[in-house]
Design a protein around this ligand. Structure first.
Ligand SMILES: [Fe+2]
Ligand SMILES: [Fe+2]
Length: 192
């Protein structure tokens, strides 16, 4: 399954996206297996998550229109925020991916989502702290170290990432997407 998908993906996305997706897949798989969990689904999610990250703003907006997605003002100004929902649709229609777990993980991979499986959280985390992301922002190193502590559940690492992202956005005077708050509130409530 993963190797067939990988071959098809190679023909679809540019090299930079493919390389990032392969790093995410590898790390997501490792985060699962080091916690004694099966890694295959997280690997597939990692490979698949950015399947339409290379689209143009016009393409994202026209796909969103065709799919009847509600596009917020924030998303209209930053159409890249639509690449998760549109990617999930592309995976379903062009790659015949039927797994609800995989499609939901891709749909919400930018922010995380309350119903995420452990595989989905592993992909979410790996997307934010794969080696290149750490190189670009050394402040993420602390989260990366936390992720290697296998006594910590993936939900705790995901919460640390959302805290980091929200803090960073507020610090830069930027908007926070409502789904980011939703995901964080869910993860906090899990710890109460
Ligand atoms: Fe993405
Ligand atoms: Fe990504």
């Amino acid at each position: 399954m993963v190797s067939t998908f990988s071959r098809r993906l190679r023909a679809t996305v540019p090299a930079s996206v493919l390389e990032h997706s392969e790093r995410v897949a590898k790390l997501a798989g490792e985060l699962m297996s080091m916690r004694g969990e099966a890694s295959e689904t997280a690997i597939l999610m990692g490979l698949a998550h950015d399947v339409c990250r290379h689209f143009s703003n016009e393409e994202w907006l026209s796909h969103a229109k065709k799919l009847g997605l509600l596009v917020s003002d924030l998303e209209r100004r930053h159409p890249v925020l639509l690449h998760g929902p549109i990617g999930a649709s592309v995976l379903k229609t062009s790659f015949n991916i039927r797994s609800k777990d995989v499609l939901e993980a891709v749909y919400y991979h930018t922010y995380g989502y309350p119903t995420f499986s452990n595989s989905a959280w592993a992909m979410f985390i790996a997307d934010k702290i794969e080696p290149q992301k750490i190189q670009e922002n050394a402040r993420l190193n602390a989260v990366s170290e936390l992720s290697l502590d296998t006594s910590r559940p993936l939900s705790e690492i995901a919460l640390a990432i959302l805290d980091f992202q929200i803090d960073d956005l507020i610090g830069r005077g930027r908007e926070v997407h409502s789904l980011q708050i939703t995901a964080r509130n869910f993860l906090v409530s899990e710890q109460l």
